[in-house]
Design a protein around this ligand. Structure first.
Ligand code: PLP
Length: 456
């Protein structure tokens, strides 16, 4: 292995890191860190420093690090056939098997899966499919997409526009004009503290209806949402939210895209977030948990209703002119097959339910009395702690005080535990691998208590 100082120099001189303050990195205010290995919940760096990764990378390594079953499947596929494309009827045993495994596990009425490489490209695909769908149906005006403030749907031109976080718009000339945003179902941040959850849901519904009336239902093609808001703060929806929103979408013939990049394949303690909240999506986005990030792969699962129009549409409009060189890449597909088998064999969906409940209860009892802890929330193994300056008046910190990053740094330094400072607001996120044990949950809870108390 190369020496650390050599790697640091090459890194600084050559590597353009994503989502990074470039000047701080150049000045050394952000340290380079070379990750060399991982096992279970733990990763190791080139200094030999071991940390418990309570965010599973970017909430994606759901089976945990270092599983030979998936690594061996990748190696076997690479030796047999590293690549062939999937255009015009081509496939591999791995890609065909994986498509079947996904449809077998997907919510009712889902028909086919289109493979991509990342959550972002899958969502770009979804929007193009929705536009194609409305062109087939001779509704050329019905093209706008509604997404929610604080939603995260990727970093592409369209998906960065769908993302409802300013950081992803600022200075990139986004959002594109076809995107309109509606309210986030973020009860903790409601303006009127006297409002009940039911009243707040009604407000979300009213404001969606107002938006649809303003824009015209005949101009709106689809609504995209994560079952649980993820990067925007890890916010499970208030009771009744999805049923109420879905009723509005049905009323105006607006398709629902469930972005399950984070929630797909077990994170909430159900195979899909759509099952968890009773959603009936027209398209589902999958990525991360599909391969547990052992290889890049994503997918767009389309419903029977959408498929029927697309299929008939090709007779009318010609083949779907949309594809990636690496769609259904055999190595990604082999990783996906091995990963989904392992999720079943290890019982990870039920573990996420059981351990998620244990973890969320544990966070509540360990952290509730700390002065800056304003909200503790979670669903399955996906949790967040939100910090406030004053609990009684629910006064928020100024983002410039960077309480989230400070707390995250404290957990790392004091307990060698990685929890993620979410990009907006003062929120610490937890999304450990779904194989987390009780002992590991206890370590994370203890680290959270210690780290937060050290800043409070
Ligand atoms: N959708 C959701 C809900 C996500 O959380 C993410 C990534 O975090 C994406 C889409 C984009 O996925 P990718 O980073 O693989 O492009």
């Amino acid at each position: 292995m190369l020496r650390n100082d050599q790697l640091a120099e090459w890194d600084r001189d050559n590597f353009f890191h994503p989502s990074t303050h470039l000047a701080q990195f150049a000045r050394g205010d952000i340290q380079n860190r070379v990750i060399t290995g991982g096992k279970g919940l733990y990763i190791k760096d080139s200094n030999g420093y071991e940390t418990l990764d309570a965010f599973a990378g970017l909430y994606c390594v759901n089976i945990g690090y270092g599983r030979d079953e998936v690594a061996d499947a990748i190696a076997a596929q690479a030796k047999e056939l590293a690549y062939y494309h999937s255009y015009v009827g081509h496939g591999t045993e791995a890609s065909i098997t994986l498509a079947k495994m996904i449809i077998d596990r997907a919510p009712a009425n889902m028909s086919k899966v289109y493979f991509g490489l990342s959550g972002s490209d899958a969502n770009e695909t979804n929007i193009k499919l929705v536009w194609y769908y409305n062109n087939v149906l001779d509704r050329p005006k019905k093209k706008k997409i509604i997404s929610r403030w604080r939603g995260y749907h990727g970093s592409g031109l369209m998906t960065g526009s769908l993302t409802g976080l300013e950081l992803f718009h600022n200075k990139f000339d986004l959002p594109l004009s076809q995107v309109v945003h509606t309210d986030a179902p973020y009860y903790f941040r409601r303006e009127n503290l006297d409002q009940s959850e039911a009243q707040f849901v009604q407000q979300c519904v009213d404001s969606l209806e107002e938006l649809i009336a303003r824009e015209g239902a005949d101009t709106i093609a689809a609504f995209i949402g994560e079952p649980v808001l993820g990067t925007g703060g890890i916010v499970p929806p208030p009771e009744g939210y999805w049923a109420a929103i879905q009723a509005v979408l049905k009323k105006y013939d607006i398709l629902l895209i469930a972005d399950e990049v984070v929630t797909g394949f077990g994170r909430l303690g159900s195979m899909f977030g759509s099952d968890h909240y009773g959603l009936e999506p027209d398209i589902i986005t999958i990525a991360k948990g599909l391969t547990s990030a052992y290889a890049p792969l994503s997918g767009s699962i389309v419903s029977d209703k959408v498929w029927k129009v697309l299929e008939e549409g090709t007779d009318k409009l010609g083949p779907i002119g949309h594809g990636w060189t690496y769609s259904a890449h055999p190595i990604g597909a082999a990783a996906g097959v091995a990963n989904l088998k392992l999720i079943d064999e290890m019982g990870l969906v039920s573990n996420a339910k059981e351990m998620g409940a244990y973890f969320n209860e544990g966070l509540k009892s360990a952290l509730s009395d700390i002065s800056i802890v304003g909200d503790i929330r979670g669903e399955g193994i996906l949790s967040a702690v939100e910090f406030v300056k004053d609990k009684d008046t629910r006064t928020f910190f100024d983002p410039s005080e960077k309480v989230g990053p400070q707390v995250s740094a404290a957990l790392l330094e004091r307990s060698k535990v990685i929890a993620r400072a979410m990009p907006q607001g003062d929120i610490l996120g937890f999304a450990p691998p779904l194989c987390m044990t009780r002992d590991e949950a206890d370590i994370i809870i203890e680290a959270a208590r210690d780290g937060i108390a050290s800043i409070a």
